[in-house]
Every structure is written in C-alpha cells, then in structure tokens.
Design a protein around this ligand. Structure first.
Ligand SMILES: [Zn+2]
Ligand SMILES: [Zn+2]
Length: 399
C-alpha cells in the first residue's frame, strides 16, 4: 500500500457526512501490462482482506477485487477503493467531489481536450487544467473554479493559524474545569491567550453569574495572570462573559459590570421563535450596545434538531459592520454556525469573524479544528478572523 486518503464529504469537511470513502494507491509493476494488472489485483486483494477483517466491521455489504463496502459498529458505512499509483491523483480528485465541482472541472478539461486519468497527484490534475490547486473545503462550484483558473484563489486560513479561543466556560458557570485548567489546556494547544466567557445570570440552568460573582471571578483571573507574568510567560487569560440577549435586545447584565471585562460575547439562549423582523431588531439592538463585542452562534441552529432563527442576515451584517461587532463561528459539532455561505457573505461585507469552540470541558478546545474547517469552507482568510492575530492586535478588533 503506497498511500491512503479519505475522500468525499469527509475530506471536504462538510457539516454532516453520509458514508466514509477511502482511496488506496498500490505500487505499479515494472513488468508488462498483463502482469501489472495481476499485481494490482493481488495487492488490492490484501487491502480488501484487511479492510473487511477490521474488528469494528459488523456487516460486509460487498467485497470485490478493488472495491469493498462495510458497516461499522458505530453505524457508519465505509467504502474502500484501490487504484494504481499512476492514476491516484485523478481518482482522489474525482472521489473527493463535490459533484458540482467535478462537473465544472470536467468542463474545463473538455474545453482543453484533456484526459486526466494519468495524474499521479491531485496537484498534477489542477496543473494540467491550468488551475491553482483547490482546497477540498471549497470544492462546491461556488466560484472556486473560475478563481483558480484566474490564479485568484484566496489564501484561506490554515489549521494552525489560531492564536486563542475566546468562547470557553469555566467551573464558575456550568463548565467542568477550573480557569487554571482551561488556561493550561490552551497553552498545550499552543495558544497565546484564552478568553473565559462564563454564562451570565439569566441562564439559571447553566449557573449564570450575576454582577457580584463576575467581579469575584475577575479577581481570580487577575491572580492567574499574575502567576503567568511571574513565570515570564506571555500567555494571558482574558475576562469575558457570554451574556444573554433578552427579548427586547437588552443584555441581562448591567453595563458597569460589562465595562470591567476585556470583552463581551452576547448570544440568544431563549425565545428562538420570534418573527423575523423582531428577531432581527433584537440582534441589532444587542450589537448597538457599546460593550458587546461578539455575537455567539449568530443564527442559533442545532444541526438536525433546531432550525436557524428567522433573521434578515443582510441587515444583521450591515449592523455588525456599522457597530464593529464580530460574528462568531461556533465550532461545536452540532452548531457550526455561521454556516459556510454566511461566512462568505460576512467576509464580503468586511465583517470580522471569530472562531470559538464554546468548550465546557478542556478537552473540547480540540473542537477548534471543526470551526477552522467551517471558516475555510466560507473562504475566510487570516485577516478576516480576529483570533488569528496575536493578543494586542486581536484586542484592536474589539470595541
Ligand atoms: Zn451560547
Ligand atoms: Zn457558550
């Protein structure tokens, strides 16, 4: 086995996926063609045997010479395909999709009278087409083919570009870990800062903090930062909160308390079914609060459970731009909100984005990868995402 990749919607990092597709390259033989196909078959046969014999396989849908299909204990259907190394690039590009992207690239190939089946790497495929290589996350035929042909693809953010997480919860509210534990986990992620955005008082079930409790929590953060300073560490814990946007767009915590924080996130956690104009006004009024820096999970959907709230997103974007409010992309797997198309719209409207995990446990800081994938799918570049910046520069994007 020379190389293996997962492809399809998983490689494109879609919000939800169906089955999982694997592609495997096996060595070409130096012997004549007839033997080469025999060699492929025997190498492929070994891959097929091991694939269907994996301990997590509970059902074998089919086992062929170069393709097999199984169901795992977790309920996933998985397919595997073996191709010769010399056509691996073309196969990887084809099986990654999307269908729409493939139709568009095939049109380019036909226009140039090209056949791409002999490409060893995916880069070869795009090069032959006279295009830049396109990141799998944006292969949706939403302008990427034209941009790649014109050498104008944006340099979308990378999986290691994030410098800190601004939406995390500690054990001061419903979170599972202390602020120190969250900070240490953030340091291990290689971050320069972490923002603690505990819930505020309206959210009783999440042990939301009132003004006095926030004050006490701030003092603890000061102490922790002092320790970092003494250790000559530049790492900082930021004082934030995730306040609640009430029905009329007001915030559930007094301005005097908000003023003492490094930043304020505000989000809607109640009354999700307001009519569109009222819900839009509610969000806009919150953004007009001079202390509110970030709107968390701005459209409120929970994948496969709760639809987005009804809002006029263009109006919300205009207000975000005018008030300098940052919109969040929440990395929580069921949220991933904003979605890709709204991220692209925000970028085009020059509204800044922040990618946060909403971690309630230190291990959940790792969900950042999903959030990054989502902003990549929305074509966001480093300059569009405030937490790609070091601390001082990031703070400049807050009110
Ligand atoms: Zn929230
Ligand atoms: Zn939260």
């Amino acid at each position: 086995m020379e190389r293996v990749d997962y492809c399809g919607s998983l490689r494109r990092m879609k919000e939800t996926i169906g089955d999982v597709d694997f592609l495997v390259a096996v060595k070409e033989s130096r012997k004549p063609a007839r033997n080469a196909s025999l060699r492929l078959r025997s190498d492929a046969g070994r891959v097929m045997d091991s694939f269907v014999a994996m301990p997590s396989v509970v059902k074998i849908w089919g086992k062929g010479t170069t393709k097999s299909s199984v169901r795992t204990r977790e309920g996933f259907d998985m397919d595997i395909r073996v191709v010769p190394k010399n056509s691996y690039g073309a196969a990887l590009q084809y099986f990654t999709g999307s269908k729409e992207h493939n139709i568009a690239t095939r049109r380019v190939a036909m226009g140039k009278g090209l056949k791409l089946s002999a490409s060893v790497t995916e880069e070869d495929v795009y090069k032959a087409l006279g295009m830049q290589w396109v990141a799998p996350e944006i292969r949706e035929d939403r302008g990427e083919v034209e941009a790649a042909l014109a050498d104008k693809l944006p340099k979308i953010i990378g999986y290691h570009d994030i410098k800190g997480d601004l939406h995390t919860h500690s054990d001061w509210d419903g979170g599972m870990n202390s602020i120190t534990e969250m900070a240490k986990a953030a340091l291990e992620m290689g971050y320069d800062y972490i923002g603690i955005a505990d819930h505020t008082k309206f959210l009783r079930i999440e042990h939301g903090l009132n003004e006095k409790q926030l004050e006490r929590r701030n003092k603890e953060i000061d102490k922790i930062n002092l320790k970092f300073q003494k250790q000559k560490s530049k790492f900082r814990v930021l004082k934030g909160c995730e306040a609640n946007i009430l029905n009329d767009g007001s915030i559930d915590i007094k301005d005097e308390a908000l003023k003492k924080l490094d930043y304020v996130i505000a989000g809607i956690h109640s009354n999700f079914k307001m009519p569109k104009d009222k819900m839009t006004d509610r969000l806009i009024r919150a953004m007009e609060n001079p202390h509110v820096d970030i709107i968390s999970h701005p459209t409120g959907r929970i994948l496969k459970k709760r639809d987005e709230y009804q809002i006029d997103f263009d109006k919300v974007l205009r207000a975000a731009r005018e008030t300098g409010t940052v919109l969040e992309v929440n990395a929580w797997p069921e949220r991933l909100d904003l979605n890709d198309q709204n991220i692209k719209k925000a970028k085009e409207a020059q509204v800044k984005i922040v990618v946060n995990t909403d971690a309630h446990h230190k291990s959940q800081l790792k969900m950042m990868e999903l959030g990054i994938a989502q902003v990549r799918r929305g074509w966001a570049e480093k300059k569009d995402v405030i937490n790609c910046h070091p601390l001082q520069k990031m703070l400049m994007f807050l009110k």
